[in-house]
Ligand binder design. Sequence first.
Ligand code: WAQ
Ligand code: MG
Length: 256
Amino acid sequence: MLYSVRMRSAKGGPHEQGGRHISGAERILEEQTVDEAVRQMLHRARSHTRGKADFINIRIEAIDSRAVRLVPLLPMLQHETDNIENGRKIAKQLLLDCGITEQAADRAFKVLLGLKESMRGAVLLDAISGERRDSFQRRGVRVSHMDVENRTEFKRWLNKQKHQGSHVQEAIVLAAKVASAPGIQAELCWSDDPDYRTGYVTAQGIYHRITPMKQLGDARGGRVFFIRPETDLEHVVQYLQEQPVLIDWKSKGRKT
Ligand code: WAQ
Ligand code: MG
């Protein structure tokens, strides 16, 4: 038996009552490590750069380990440039190169740049028409039930690759799950944390880190998942939200 441990926190009351989202985190763990994970999540909710949460929800659920799908980690590439405009240009080009239409790519930037407040989840856009496909409105589709195997070792390995910090650790896990979902063609993301300027595009099985993607001090970020037109929406949403996934980061013979 494994346990799914999930946290979401907000300020100004619960999310459902209009509280502003502060942070979220999740793990898939063996029973004996659940307590420590809960403690870390509480700390995170109370000391986040987006503010101190006054609503914290932690949910713990048992899951059958046989239901967990193992998914490989994506190879990473790094793109650095001197300004935001160029960062976004690189991101757009990567999207076009993998078959997203210009219309859909432009729409994605427009949606993310037009947000007055961050969403908790992601926007699903049609990779061809650019039309929004999910019906989650201001909340978006929340990807959940994912983690990485041997997290401590994974962090050490990432640090050695010069990919430091919790943002990249978490983003790469989410991106690997998203990339494994049926019908997803690409992802565009930048953080809603005001002090974090790196964003990414996942396309053709590669995680492209891009710096900078936004202004320092800006607390608006977001995610867009591009889906192929013929995709069964219900199926992909169910996979993103509920399928337990563990990232098997050693599968390509990576050495630690
Ligand atoms: N499912 C769907 N969308 C999510 C989720 C989720 N579980 N978590 C966050 N989002 C959306 C939501 O709209 C947030 O406002 C937005 O993504 C940004 O979330 O390589 O830190 O957690 O250095 O602030 C990317 C670069 C960092 C990492 C991304 O995102 C790197 C980041 P954040
Ligand atoms: Mg954030």
